[in-house]
Write a protein that binds this ligand. Structure first.
Ligand code: KIV
Length: 275
């Protein structure tokens, strides 16, 4: 079944959990779609897991469009959500609408995601008014890493929790179809999830959320720099790859690869003429 922003809302109403993963290319998007994932996020986490940067801040609109197009081609039934990168929506409402439009027109995204609460409400309202579905993102929003003084769990004091609750209510009122809750205590995510009628998608926010999202390199054991506390590794593809490449190197070095079945041939008669 095709996933849409409408089926996302419907899932919450029916108490059905939603599943999302990040992807950045066609091959992975196609595999995820085959598995039956509800949504694929082209996350600006690509700054870290694809580009090898220490944070997401360097990611550009051009990079987001490029990766969104690739994912879109592989995502048959999954809802395709594209991140608006740092400084693509903060400067002005006009800039935000124009860039959201590019992710849809040039990248093929079904929806866009912006980090932040009431501070970016004018941008969210304008994008929604342009008929582009918006996913919100609250809590440990990675584009605020410098303002937070690091990747720190958010929503721990009463004031911070009240801010999060007010932000979530404001985002819902502005028309977002869903909210990512990242890096906040489980009970805070549960409170928010109860208070809004739109689905919450958690990452490091406990199991009360209406759905979950993970960065695929984390959950498949591909990204080996560090494993965040909130990640479960469902496979260790990283070691499978290292082992397979080791075997390839050995077989090339010892003449076992390529073998006869991997080789194109010409007839013996033709060969004799050439000598
Ligand atoms: O950029 C990203 O991958 C994200 C998810 C972690 C929610 O925003």
């Amino acid at each position: 079944m095709k996933n849409t922003t409408w089926t996302f809302r419907q899932a919450k109403a029916e108490g059905k959990k939603l599943t999302m993963l990040t992807a950045y290319d066609y091959t992975m998007a196609k595999l995820m779609d085959q598995s039956g994932i509800n949504g694929i996020l082209i996350g600006d986490s690509l700054g870290m897991v694809v580009k090898g940067e220490p944070d997401t801040l360097s990611v550009t609109m051009e990079e987001m469009i490029y990766h969104t197009r690739a994912v879109k081609r592989g995502a048959g039934n999954a809802l395709v959500v594209s991140d608006m990168p740092f400084m693509s929506y903060q400067v002005s409402v006009e800039q935000a609408v124009e860039n959201a439009g590019r992710l849809v027109k040039e990248g093929g995204a079904n929806a866009v995601k912006l980090e932040g609460g009431r501070i970016i409400l004018p941008q969210i309202r304008a994008i929604v008014a342009a008929q582009i579905p918006v996913m919100g993102h609250l809590g440990l929003t990675p584009q605020s890493v410098n303002a937070f003084g690091g990747f720190k769990v958010q929503g721990k004091s009463e004031e911070a929790i009240r801010q999060l609750l007010d932000d979530a209510a404001a985002l819902e009122e502005a028309g977002v179809f869903s909210i990512v809750l990242e890096g906040i205590p489980e009970k805070v995510a549960e409170l928010i999830t109860r208070k809004v009628a739109i689905p919450t998608i958690g990452i490091g926010a406990g199991k009360a959320c209406d759905g979950q999202i993970l960065v695929y390199q984390d959950m498949l054991g591909l990204f080996q720099d560090f494993v965040p506390k909130f990640v479960r590794q469902y496979a260790n593809i990283g070691s499978i790859i290292v082992e397979a490449i080791g075997t390839y190197i050995h077989e090339v070095e010892t003449g076992q690869f390529p073998a006869a079945e991997h080789t194109y041939r010409i007839s013996e008669q033709l060969l004799e003429k050439l000598y």
